[in-house]
Design a protein around this ligand. Sequence first.
Ligand code: HAM
Length: 430
Amino acid sequence: MDLRAVRGMNDILPEQVHRWHRLEADFRMHAEVHGYGEVRTPLLEHTSLFARQIGETTDVVEKEMYSFERHSEQLTVRPEGTAGAARAYVEHGMHAKEPVTRWYYLGPMFRGERPAKGRFRQFYQAGCEVFGDPGPLCDAEMIELVTSFLRRIGVESFAVHVNSLGSAGTRGRYRDELLKFFTPLRDRLSEDSQRRLEKNPLRILDSKDPRDQEAAQGAPSILDLLDDEDQAHWTGVLRYLDVLGLPYVVDRGLVRGLDYYTRTLFEVKATASDLGAQSTLVGGGRYDNMIEGLGGPKVPAIGFAMGMERLLSVIPEDAGRRGPRCFIAPMGQAAAERAVLLARELRSFGLSVELEGRGARLKPMLRRADALGARLCLILGDAEVERGVVTVKDLVGHTQEEIPLEGAARVLADRVGELGPGSSQARGMR
Ligand code: HAM
């Protein structure tokens, strides 16, 4: 019996989880100030939802979904968040409640891909979806939301790739062009692509197989086939990106791996990372036909999702490092009795405190305080208790002083509050 975690699925232990809390809190705040509200949809949906919306001939649907039958229902553990959000939008008649709906979500997604660096079978996404706004300004603003978030969390080295897939009519014409282009090259394609050629030749452009990538050299670009309305939308997006001063790369080969996209597509890739093929931090685009396809009204939509493990791998390891603000080192019985009360007082001011309860010598206790990343070490011996004082050692500022025990908690809480955002632990970690 294998008692280890399922391959590609990871435990996140307390020593790491604080980085997640921080990223999640930053994302929530960022989404909220842009007018988004959080939506929480079930982890399980009917298999048909994903099969129809993501597309029967995509890798996700053909090979990666965790699907099963229970109580005569075919269910799938969500491989992504967009289809579920769109289903909820239709099910709750959101279009009748507000003209534009902005939702964000955070949570685990499941895809049975081959695990690799930055690629997991359970991974976490943070994403946003906007329903009801068809215009190019909305697309550019969404890219702005993404890039300002990346900067906010300390990611500076990235490139924004954009492309347009056009609307359904344009895609139909593009499909015919691709079929014409790839049919003579059929024998050189991977088995998957040969099989998908008639049904969905667009998928060949997204294939990771070197045979397909070679065959796709010189394939026609959909940008050359856009109709007037698609073209107006596309140039509008680029114009707004220029107005916002956001650099981008027009990536004619960008098609993305999900079938629901129309018009604008975008990805953000890390440019200074060791993620290799998994350097795509963010993927998104417009999907103007999904709501109608789900039985709802004709409501356009656009969204993105970012992989949280990938983000965490490119933000500095020590950003928001967890550690108690105060470490209390008591020496002696009377000191321990006073220390346990002091810890309670400090915590009542919202400070995080670790109390050394094992009774140790000073040196090892100081070493422990350092290792934990504590800002202050409060040293309390029986003699200090007798004199009504506590020694406060600032482990970052390298200063030491005695302060009266009476009222010490308030004084220390105020001081910690003044450490300011420059300190790696000060933000949100009092
Ligand atoms: P996606 O490109 O499949 O798009 O995934 C978005 C992001 O999730 C990727 O760029 C990557 O950072 C992360 N990701 C995907 N698969 C894995 C994996 N196996 N391991 C680790 N990270 C992964 C979507 O999911 C769309 N729902 C995005 C969207 C929202 N489009 C419109 N609205």
